[in-house]
Write a protein that binds this ligand. Sequence first.
Ligand code: PGA
Length: 247
Amino acid sequence: MRKKLIAGNWKMNGSLAANESLLKGLLAGLGSPACHVSVCVPSVYLAQCQALLAGSTINLGAQDLSQHEAGAFTGEVSAAMLREFGVRQVLVGHSERRQYHFETDAQVALKAGRALACGITPIVCVGETLAEREAGKTDEVVKRQLAAVIHANGHCISEIVVAYEPVWAIGTGKTASTEQAQQVHAVLRAQLRAASEHADRIQILYGGSMNAANAAQLLAQPDIDGGLVGGAALKVADFLSIIASAG
Ligand code: PGA
């Protein structure tokens, strides 16, 4: 049985004051969660959040990392730097990175490799656009995105987490139906099984307008092992409620 993971993706939100109040609120209400919990915060706030989360059950995550190890890459943050701040997980290939920063499948695969090499779990995001879904290409797109990561990191693929995030559901209030989500998760699970005998322990998260009202139903699906939560992760009560649904 896979333990569930609820990961918050703060995106480019927060401030020193807002982060402190959000994390203190979460820690006050969390108790002993039945699932793993993490928050992926903007890199400039890693030190602050590391201090606030010290000794707690919430793991620290980041939202991106460089595909390079070190050197002349102005503005970038390496896996080793993230590691120094206690980062346990890092998003790679979020659709906003693919869309606005033109990240390719090959770059996403390299980033996943950099994270793995530093002992950080990459949360590999895959997902189709509305046009791709309407053209019947959902399975083809997510399989292509995941295949690149498997191809480059096959030897340790069971160490990754996958997040299925249909692009049309992110931040739009439109959630994939439980059937739509489970169907894609099953496709991804089959692909992982073909690549690794340990595929059944890989967590596949759903992301895209997950909220306190729809989380329980999504999380009850056999291949949905948690959630990658954007907007609702910025509100203490909503995030705690999603965590409680993953029990
Ligand atoms: P959302 O974002 O929950 O606000 O739709 C999810 C994500 O992009 O990770």
